[in-house]
Design a protein around this ligand. Structure first.
Ligand SMILES: C[S@@+](CC[C@H](N)C(=O)[O-])C[C@H]1O[C@@H](n2cnc3c(N)ncnc32)[C@H](O)[C@@H]1O
Length: 200
């Protein structure tokens, strides 16, 4: 599918997440300073990072996705819009953890996570399916974040009221992050929630 969103020309195959309310909530709330290194986990079409790169062009952007088609799509959409993103095909931070130069490298990490408590196995389904409690991807994300995030870094994480939020808060606390509910948007009976995290 071809579409134009916020001045970006995107081509999004059927097996890649089409930007939706959760993507827009994230994109609109992130602030980036010049020279910041920004990592988007699960970049899908690349929409969020491209939106940020358009708005804050003096930063450097890195994207990863476990879905190889999504990683390719992010790369192709960057080329299509004449922007430069570094793209990796990676299960959470695996591609970063194998290289020393990404050790506590990022000023900002953003993740519109697969937060719904369903267990679907296909590659497109991985875009929303967070397994038990909606936390199966968020748990390893939180446990490994401090390996790639600067101690002064900021994290933006999208979840929903369908995610097990009390377990999520425990996860923030047990991994030593301070959290703030930054913004939210209603989506039918569900609310999509954006948390901002910093290290304690
Ligand atoms: C809700 S979609 C968000 C896509 C895009 N960031 C956006 O906001 O439009 C979640 C993305 O996370 C990716 N993803 C799921 N599990 C992952 C994992 N373990 N490691 C990396 N990416 C993952 C999915 O393939 C999907 O592209």
């Amino acid at each position: 599918m071809k579409k134009s969103v916020d001045g970006l020309n995107l081509v999004i195959p059927d097996n890649v997440y089409d930007p939706a309310e959760d993507s827009f909530l994230l994109a609109e709330n992130v602030t980036v300073q010049p020279n910041h290194k920004v990592l988007e986990v699960g970049s899908g079409s690349g929409y969020v990072s491209l939106y940020l790169a358009q708005k804050f062009p003096l930063a450097e952007y890195f994207c990863l996705d476990v879905n190889f088609s999504a990683a390719i799509t992010t790369h192709q959409n960057a080329l299509r819009n004449k922007m430069n993103l570094h793209v990796y095909s990676s299960n959470i931070f695996t591609a970063m953890l194998s290289r020393d130069n990404f050790k506590q490298f990022f000023d900002i990490v953003i993740f519109n996570s697969p937060y719904l408590p369903y267990a679907d196995e296909g590659m497109l389904e991985k875009a929303w399916s967070g397994g038990r409690d909606g936390l199966e991807v968020i748990i390893p994300f939180m446990e490994n974040l401090s390996k790639v995030l600067k101690s002064t870094g900021v994290v933006y994480l999208v979840v929903s009221t369908k995610t097990n939020l009390s377990k999520l808060i425990e996860l923030f606390n047990s991994n030593n992050y301070l959290y703030k509910l930054l913004d939210k948007v209603s989506e039918g009976k569900e609310e999509i929630i954006l948390y901002q995290l910093t290290m304690q």
